[in-house]
Design a protein around this ligand. Structure first.
Ligand code: NAD
Ligand code: A1AUG
Length: 542
C-alpha cells in the first residue's frame, strides 16, 4: 500500500529538428558512425545476467544496406525462456512490495537518461536497425518513449489516488496490487517506443516481465534495456529474451504463473497467441489479462469541400512516412471526383514522386527501406501482380529493388472497385489504394469505408463543410479508435491522442493511458470497521 505523494508533472518531450548545421545533427551523426562501426553481441538479460541465447545465431542488419551487419543475436531456447520466467517469479515479491514512488523513480530516471545522454544512441540504433529517417526516429525512440515513461507515472499515481467512499465508522481502501503472475511482453519492429513501453508499463504497476522484442528491432531494444538497468531497474524485473518467440509461446504461455500478455504486432500473431492462451486455460492459477494492439487498414476520406493542399500533405505524409510501416499509416483513400479531376490526381502523383527513400544515414532522405526480406518479397509479389489485375492501375511508383537494401517505391494504386482486396488487406508498406467516388455519393462512401476492412484502428476525414465532418463522425464511429479531422491518421502523441483500435485492430486498451495501466493492476478492496457491532440483532426483530 502506497503513500500518496505528488509525482513530477509531465510535459511532452520537445521534438528536435536536426536541421543542417544544428548541434544535435552533428552529435547524432557521430553516434550513428560509432554504432555502424561496432559489431554488437545482442545478448539476453535474464535475472540481470547477460548471455547470448542458446539457439541458432542470426545477424541483425541495416534494412537499407542489408550487407551491413550491426550485430549477432540468437534464438531463445525453451531453457532460456524457462530461466526468464523463473527470474521474473523470483524478483516479484521484492518488486511488488517496493513503494510505488521507488518504482516510479526508476522509470522517470530512465526517461531523463533517454532525453539526455542516451538520446543519440536510441535514435541512431533506430535509424540503423529499423531504417527510420531522423525525424521518424526522433518522434519514436526519443520523444514517444520518454513520454510513455513520464506520463505512465503520472497516470499510475492518479489510479492509486482513486479510492472508494468511507462512511463514519469505517475506512474503505483500494489496494492496487499487480497481477498474481508474471507478464509476457511481445513487441513489434516498427516502434522503439512501443517496444520499451510494453514491458515497462506493467513493471511500473508492480509486475515482473518476460520481454521478447522482435529480431529486427533488437539493436534499439538492447540499448533500451541497458538504459532501464542504468536507471536502477533491479535484476529480474524485466527479463529480455531474443529471437522469433516460438519458445516464448511454448514455455511462458504454458506456465501456471502466466498472468498477462502485453502484445503489439500483427493480427495473425495476436490471434495465435490468444488461441495458445485459451488452450492452456486449465493450467493457469488466474485468468490471464490479454492486451493486444494489432493491424490496421487506415483510411482517409475527403469531402468535396476539403482543402486540397492539406489533403495532399496528409495523404503523402500519412501513407509514406516510415515507408508506410506504421499501424496507423493511410493505406486506403476515398477521394471525390470533382477534386480528382480538377488536378488532385496529378498533384498526388507529383508530390509522391518527390518522396525519396534511400540510406537513412544520409540525414536528408525522407525514408528508408522496408524492414526485411520477407516484407520485401510480399511487396514485390503484390506489385508484380498489379499489371495483370484489370481492376488496379498504378498512378505512381510500383517498382522495388533489393540489390542493396529492401527498397519499395512509394506507390499509389487506383481502383474503380472499392471492394478490391487492396482496400481491405494490410500490406504494411508504402502502398496507398485510391478509390474515386461521385461527389453526391459521400454518404454511401462513408458506409462503404465502415464495412470494407476488418480493422478499426485509425482514419481521417478532410472537409471544410461542418455538416460533412459531423456526418463522418457519426458514420465512422466504430471504424477507427483514433479518428482525425483535417489531419493525417498517423502521429498520435502520448497524453494527447491515446492510441488503439478495436475490431480486428486490437483490444483498444489505449497505450500510454490510465486505461492501459489499469489492465496491469488487480485491485483489492479493503474495509476496516473501527468499532464493530457486538450483537447480532436488527431493529425489525423488535
Ligand atoms: N495497433 C498498434 O498499436 C500497432 C502498433 C505497431 C504495430 N502494429 C502492427 O504490428 C504489425 C507489424 O509488426 P511486426 O511485423 O513486428 O508483427 P509480428 O506479428 O510479425 O511480430 C510481433 C511480435 O510477435 C512475435 N511473434 C511472432 N510469432 C510469434 C509466435 N509464434 N510466438 C511468440 N511470438 C511471436 C514477433 O517475433 C514479434 O516480437 C503490423 O500488423 C502493425 O499494424 C500495431
Ligand atoms: N502511435 C503511432 C502508431 C504506432 C503504430 O505503429 C501513430 O499514431 O502513428
Amino acid at each position: 500500500m502506497d503513500a500518496v505523494t505528488n509525482v513530477p508533472v509531465p510535459v511532452n518531450e520537445p521534438v528536435k529538428g536536426y536541421a543542417p548545421g544544428s548541434p544535435e545533427r552533428e552529435s547524432l551523426r557521430r553516434r550513428i558512425a560509432e554504432l555502424e562501426g561496432d559489431k554488437h553481441e545482442l545478448v539476453q538479460t535474464i535475472g540481470g545476467r547477460k548471455r547470448l541465447a542458446g539457439g541458432a545465431a542470426f545477424d541483425v542488419v541495416q534494412p537499407h544496406d542489408h550487407g551491413h551487419v550491426l550485430g549477432t543475436c540468437a534464438q531463445a531456447t525453451p531453457e532460456d525462456v524457462a530461466d526468464a520466467v523463473a527470474a521474473a517469479k523470483e524478483a516479484s515479491p521484492a518488486w511488488r512490495e517496493m513503494p510505488f514512488d521507488e518504482r516510479a523513480a526508476v522509470f522517470l530516471r530512465a526517461a531523463d537518461l533517454m532525453a539526455g545522454r542516451h538520446r543519440d544512441t536510441l535514435n541512431a540504433a533506430t535509424i540503423l536497425g529499423q531504417s527510420k529517417s531522423v525525424q521518424q526516429a526522433e518522434i519514436d525512440a526519443a520523444c514517444e518513449l520518454i513520454d510513455f515513461l513520464r506520463f505512465n507515472v503520472h497516470y499510475a499515481r492518479r489510479i492509486l489516488a482513486e479510492q472508494p467512499n468511507s462512511v463514519p465508522g469505517t475506512w474503505n481502501r483500494m489496494d492496487y496490487r499487480p497481477l498474481d503472475g508474471f507478464v509476457v511482453a511481445i513487441t513489434p519492429f516498427n516502434f522503439t517506443a512501443i517496444a520499451g513501453n510494453l514491458p515497462s508499463a506493467p513493471a511500473l504497476m508492480g509486475n515482473t516481465v518476460v520481454w521478447k522484442p522482435t529480431p529486427t528491432q533488437q539493436l534499439a531494444a538492447h540499448y533500451t534495456m541497458e538504459v532501464f538497468e542504468e536507471a536502477g531497474l533491479p535484476p529480474g524485473v524485466i527479463n529480455l529474451v531474443t529471437g522469433d518467440g516460438q519458445a516464448v509461446s511454448e514455455v511462458a504461455l504454458a506456465d501456471p504463473g502466466f498472468g498477462g500478455l502485453h502484445f503489439t504486432g500483427s493480427t495473425a500473431t495476436f490471434k495465435f497467441l490468444w488461441r495458445r492462451t485459451a488452450e492452456n486455460l486449465d493450467r493457469y492459477a488466474s485468468y490471464p489479462r490479454i492486451v493486444g494492439e494489432t493491424g490496421g487498414k487506415d483510411f482517409v476520406v475527403a469531402h468535396a469541400s476539403a482543402d486540397r493542399e492539406k489533403l495532399l500533405a496528409g495523404l503523402v505524409r500519412g501513407a509514406f512516412e516510415y515507408q508506410g510501416q506504421k499501424c496507423s499509416a493511410a493505406s486506403r483513400a476515398y477521394l471525390p471526383r470533382s477534386l480528382w479531376e480538377s488536378g488532385l490526381r496529378d498533384e498526388l502523383a507529383d508530390l509522391t514522386r518527390t518522396v525519396k527513400y534511400g540510406d537513412v544515414t544520409d540525414l536528408s532522405v525522407f525514408g528508408g527501406a522496408v524492414i526485411d526480406a520477407r516484407a520485401f518479397a510480399k511487396h514485390k509479389k503484390l506489385l508484380d501482380g498489379v499489371e495483370a489485375d484489370n481492376d488496379l492501375d498504378v498512378l505512381v511508383g510500383g517498382h522495388c529493388d533489393d540489390s542493396v537494401g529492401y527498397f519499395v517505391e512509394p506507390t499509389v494504386l487506383v481502383s474503380g472497385d472499392p471492394a478490391h482486396t487492396a482496400f481491405a488487406t494490410e500490406y504494411f508498406g508504402p502502398i496507398l489504394a485510391v478509390h474515386v467516388y461521385d461527389d453526391a455519393a459521400y454518404g454511401d462512401i462513408l458506409e462503404l469505408v465502415d464495412r470494407t476492412s476488418p480493422y478499426a484502428l485509425t482514419g481521417a476525414v478532410f472537409a471544410d463543410d461542418r455538416a460533412a465532418v459531423q456526418q463522418a463522425h457519426q458514420a465512422l464511429r466504430f471504424a477507427a479508435g483514433n479518428f482525425y479531422v483535417n489531419d493525417k491518421p498517423t502521429g498520435s502523441i502520448v497524453s494527447q491522442q491515446p492510441f488503439g483500435g478495436s475490431r480486428g485492430s486490437g483490444t483498444n486498451d489505449k497505450a500510454g493511458s490510465m486505461f492501459n495501466l489499469l489492465r496491469w493492476a488487480s485491485p483489492r478492496s479493503i474495509k476496516e470497521t473501527f468499532d464493530a457491532p457486538t450483537a447480532i440483532g436488527y431493529p425489525h426483530m423488535g
